[in-house]
Design a protein around this ligand. Structure first.
Ligand SMILES: Cc1cc2nc3c(=O)[nH]c(=O)nc-3n(C[C@H](O)[C@H](O)[C@H](O)COP(=O)(O)OP(=O)(O)OC[C@H]3O[C@@H](n4cnc5c(N)ncnc54)[C@H](O)[C@@H]3O)c2cc1C
Length: 597
């Protein structure tokens, strides 16, 4: 049976020492987030995840969700009690506005909690995760009445939320969607259509479910410009949140799928269901993007989370499993063989995962902090810079953390040899569960296109130039310090590859867009490595300063420095290969006629 321990110490190192969250005390909600409060909140959250949510992970996988003939969906044994504990702890509203009953703490803390909960039990974590995304979309685009009616109940966790985009014939290309909205004449609309793959579409955890649904108002233009967003509650809501009649929306079937069995993935049928417009007519995608951007960060963190829990279990196994002898002679001569952690190849595997996890955690939290600054700062220039960074890094966090997160989960499974393939060890579940994060919330190829096609050129390349400038300044400021050399030199080289690839796109992709499409995924990974490398260089700088502090800091900081060195020696050099692949262009990719495949 696998186990999970939330990495609270590592999070505190990143928040307090590397990102120095305290520097942002002037932001709304940050004054209350003193280091003591942050630590207390995270330890409490860790306890909930370790003790109540993680033990349900395997039960959720083996039992799955069940749909009754009347369309009601039952979640696996124990999910309701764990959800009630999550709700009672006020976790849903951790960073929600106080006016709706939230605690208004930094979003960054909620991001940490998303990692813990997704590592403990990915399928479970999606129920609150989607609700928080729906809350964010309503908070930005809802009318004052909608906010008053729906948000307090959602913040409390009494009601959950969903996002309904996908239809049988359209996923990526939402311009094709057919779900119809017909005005009822009283301000509401009758929504009719079928949505598929809707996570948490129906379940027994909450009293009501608030569906956010993309649909086309009768007579609207074709394509994405004719799509509007609607709020469709499972039960109609009266004054003060009183639950009324059942609305015309139901779960037609549950999907049978590879992983996340504890999360209900539903076919949702809308049969003239009553819905209300959210945001402007025909601007539904714009409104839904608030939810999608939140969700993309959360999904990126799911990749990290599966990698972290898989790593922890692989480390325990590697210390325990006796096979072969160390190449340098017996390390445990009293035992019939040495633990496999003595073997360089096993260590290489573990170091790769560790270097990814710690770097990815820093990158995710830096991005989350950018979101806080972008939404809470009083200073317009600071807000804009943070928003630029958030926009640039969101597809990178989603795409790279889930691609590498899956890769690392498979690597951790490999440490178990054949036992990794056997269900009772839990490793194959982590692999199956991690796989979805590369697909939903916009498949990773689409994240890469978002980065290359939209984010790079936006506002004359302001965001990417600022990112380059920040990394360059770090390299300049620290390049003369001999202790920092092993970190700064590879980072500067990787940055050079990224800048070269960016320039190559500017010169070769405008006239021939296939060159951008062909290199987009590699470019996303190239930027991901440079961003992770920047995080590692910053962490190592802090680790060098903190080594002498006592309290066992030296051993922990030395471990950081060694892991950072591994990243720079073994992972960063990949930037050279990525840059060459990008510059090979699209010719060999596009040359074969479709019938030759
Ligand atoms: C378990 C699960 C849960 C989900 N939860 C939800 C949910 O809660 N709400 C919801 O609305 N949806 C949900 N989805 C749907 C998910 O977001 C979509 O499956 C995903 O966005 C991809 O759409 P698609 O499956 O139609 O693939 P397609 O759009 O058909 O894409 C197929 C492949 O082609 C590639 N591709 C497509 N177009 C392009 C292009 N222009 N350029 C380059 N490559 C392209 C894609 O990258 C992909 O690899 C869920 C799916 C699953 C499996």
């Amino acid at each position: 049976m696998p186990s999970y321990k939330a990495p609270v110490e590592d999070v505190l190192f990143i928040l307090n020492d590397v990102l120095v969250m305290e520097r942002h005390r002037n932001l709304a909600g940050f004054a209350d987030a003193t280091p003591d409060v942050v630590e207390a909140v995270l330890r409490e959250g860790a306890k909930l995840c370790e003790e109540e949510i993680a033990p349900l992970n395997r039960i959720g996988d083996t039992e799955g969700c069940r749909r009754d003939p009347d369309g009601a969906v039952r979640t696996p044994t124990g999910f309701k009690a764990a959800y009630d504990a999550y709700r009672a702890g006020g976790w849903m509203g951790l960073s929600a506005p106080a006016e709706y009953g939230g605690q208004d703490l930094p979003t960054t803390l909620n991001t940490v909690m998303q990692e813990f909960i997704s590592a403990a039990n990915l399928a479970f974590g999606m129920y609150p995760g989607l609700t928080q995304g729906a809350m964010a979309a309503l908070a930005v685009h809802g009318t004052p009445e909608q906010k008053q009616l729906y948000l307090p109940k959602m913040v409390e966790g009494a009601w959950t939320g969903t996002m309904n985009l996908t239809e049988p014939h359209c996923g990526t290309d939402l311009g094709l969607l057919k779900t119809k909205a017909v005005p009822n004449g009283d301000g509401s609309y009758a929504i009719t259509g079928t949505k598929i793959f809707i996570s948490a579409g129906e379940h027994d955890l909450a009293e009501n479910i608030i569906h956010l649904v993309l649909a086309r108002i009768e007579g609207a233009p074709a394509g994405t410009k004719g799509i509007s967003l609607f709020l469709v509650p499972k039960f109609l809501v009266g004054e003060g949140g009183a639950l009324g009649a059942r609305n015309g929306v139901s779960c037609g079937a549950l999907e049978h799928k590879m992983g996340i069995h504890g999360n209900a993935t539903c076919v949702m049928n809308y049969d003239g269901a009553t819905g209300w417009l959210v945001g402007e007519v025909h601007r539904g995608l714009n409104a839904m993007f608030v939810m999608m951007n939140e969700a993309r960060l959360a999904v990126g963190i799911q990749g990290l989370a599966q990698s972290e829990v898989a790593y922890q279990n692989a480390v325990s196994y590697a210390k325990d499993r006796l096979q072969g002898r160390s190449l340098n002679g017996a390390a445990a001569p009293d035992k019939p063989a040495d633990p496999i952690i003595v073997h360089p190849d096993v260590r290489r595997t573990l170091m790769f995962i560790r270097a990814f996890n710690e770097g990815a955690r820093a990158l995710a939290l830096w991005t989350a902090l950018s979101s806080d600054v972008a939404h809470r700062s009083e200073d317009a220039a600071e807000r804009q810079a943070a928003d630029d960074r958030l926009g640039l890094l969101t597809p990178v966090v989603k795409g790279v953390l889930t691609d590498l997160g899956f890769d690392c989960t498979v690597k951790a499974q490999q440490v178990f040899g054949g036992h990794g393939y056997i269900a009772e060890w839990g490793m194959e579940q982590f692999v199956r569960d991690a796989r979805i994060a590369m697909i939903y919330e916009g498949a990773n190829g689409i994240q890469a296109m978002d980065l290359v096609g939209r984010k790079l050129g936006r506002d004359g390349g302001r965001a990417v130039m600022a990112f380059f400038g920040e990394v360059e300044a770090f390299c300049r400021d620290n390049g003369q310090d001999p202790a920092m050399k092993p970190y700064v030199e590879p980072l500067a080289k990787g940055l050079g590859h990224l800048q070269g690839a960016t320039m190559w796109f500017m010169q070769n992709a405008m006239a021939k867009p296939d060159n951008a499409g062909a290199g987009a995924t590699e470019y996303m990974h190239l930027m991901g490595l440079v961003a992770l490398g920047y995080m590692w260089a910053r962490m190592c700088k802090v680790a060098l300063d903190k080594r002498g502090e006592g309290n066992g800091a030296a051993a922990r900081m030395d471990a950081k420095l060694v892991t950072g060195r591994f990243f720079m020696e073994r992972m960063m050099p990949e930037t050279g290969a990525l840059s060459r692949r990008i510059q090979a262009g699209s010719e060999a990719i596009m040359a074969l006629p479709a019938e030759m495949f």
